[in-house]
Design a protein around this ligand. Structure first.
Ligand SMILES: NC(=O)c1ccc[n+]([C@@H]2O[C@H](COP(=O)([O-])OP(=O)(O)OC[C@H]3O[C@@H](n4cnc5c(N)ncnc54)[C@H](OP(=O)(O)O)[C@@H]3O)[C@@H](O)[C@H]2O)c1
Length: 252
């Protein structure tokens, strides 16, 4: 396949889960890649896994300097960037009365503030035309119990998809779309529910599965295929969509 032949692409949060799988599909489609992560072992492991042709960088979303330096590295390495998949994010589902200020600030800083200022820094290095895919969540399209602050971060992303098309489509040729997955089987769940036993984890996962009309969680492969489409020229008339990929959980 060569749907991304000659394209230069950045994936944030490309060291695990959906981002890592998307990195593999981008490579298979012919793209050149820069991938970021935050955990040093994951950065190292991903560099080995994806090989020397990919630049794997550590860039912490909580640090705006890291975001600005990342944009500079992108410009130095690629000149112009054709595709950005702003995917790095964390999840934290808790009862409303158990979300404290630190939880709230961490969620908004990684999931909203970081892509906001990274995008600002990337504008000068974006090609015209170029495609940006943002990472949302189906939770911003429903009112799931305990999703509160997390869902609000993804609602902000969904809104930015529209606002940034107004700001940057006609002036810079950058088009924006969002993917909003439902529950996808990635390491995210273990990070979110740290400390629980295997048995409790299984009960939690069964509960999630029971709520999905398709009868299962989605896979990273299924989300990555949608990202490849939105990143590629095949979708050049697809602008400003927020694509829900959730096994019908939101609509049924
Ligand atoms: N899984 C789901 O059910 C689901 C559903 C809807 C939306 N999403 C969204 O999809 C995105 C990816 O999630 P995933 O399921 O693939 O999770 P994941 O396997 O935990 O991957 C998260 C990625 O984000 C990176 N990251 C986390 N904190 C970071 C920080 N402070 N700075 C920079 N990078 C950071 C991680 O880097 P390291 O590996 O280096 O730690 C990793 O590459 C997230 O935005 C998530 O909200 C996931």
């Amino acid at each position: 396949m060569s749907r991304l032949n000659g394209k230069k692409a950045l994936i944030t949060g490309g060291t695990s889960g959906i981002g890592l799988e998307t990195a593999k599909q981008f490579l298979a489609e012919g793209a050149s890649l820069i991938v970021t992560g935050v955990t040093p072992e994951n950065v190292e492991k991903t560099q080995k896994e994806l090989g020397d042709q990919v630049l794997v960088l550590q860039a912490d979303s909580r640090d705006l300097n890291d975001q600005r330096q990342l944009a500079e590295r992108v410009g130095q390495h690629f000149g112009k960037l054709d595709i950005a998949f702003l995917n790095a994010g964390v999840s934290h589902w808790r009862p409303f009365d158990q979300i404290d200020e630190a939880n709230f600030d961490r969620l908004f800083s990684i999931n909203v503030k970081a892509p906001f200022f990274l995008m600002q820094a990337l504008v000068p290095v974006m090609a015209n035309p170029s495609s940006v895919v943002l990472m949302g969540s189906s939770s911003s399209h429903a009112g799931y119990t305990n999703s509160n602050a997390y869902a609000a971060t993804k609602g902000a992303i969904s809104t930015l998809t529209k606002a940034w098309n107004s700001d940057l489509l006609s002036s810079h040729g950058i088009r924006f779309n969002t993917v909003s997955p439902g529950p996808i089987d990635t390491p995210l769940y273990d990070k979110n529910k740290l400390g629980i036993t295997e048995e409790v984890r299984d009960i939690v996962m069964d509960g999630i599965r029971d709520g999905i009309p398709a009868g299962r969680l989605g896979t990273a492969e299924e989300i990555a295929k949608a990202v490849v489409y939105l990143a590629s020229d095949e979708s050049r008339f697809t602008i400003g969509v927020d694509l829900i990929l959730d096994g019908a959980q939101t609509i049924l």
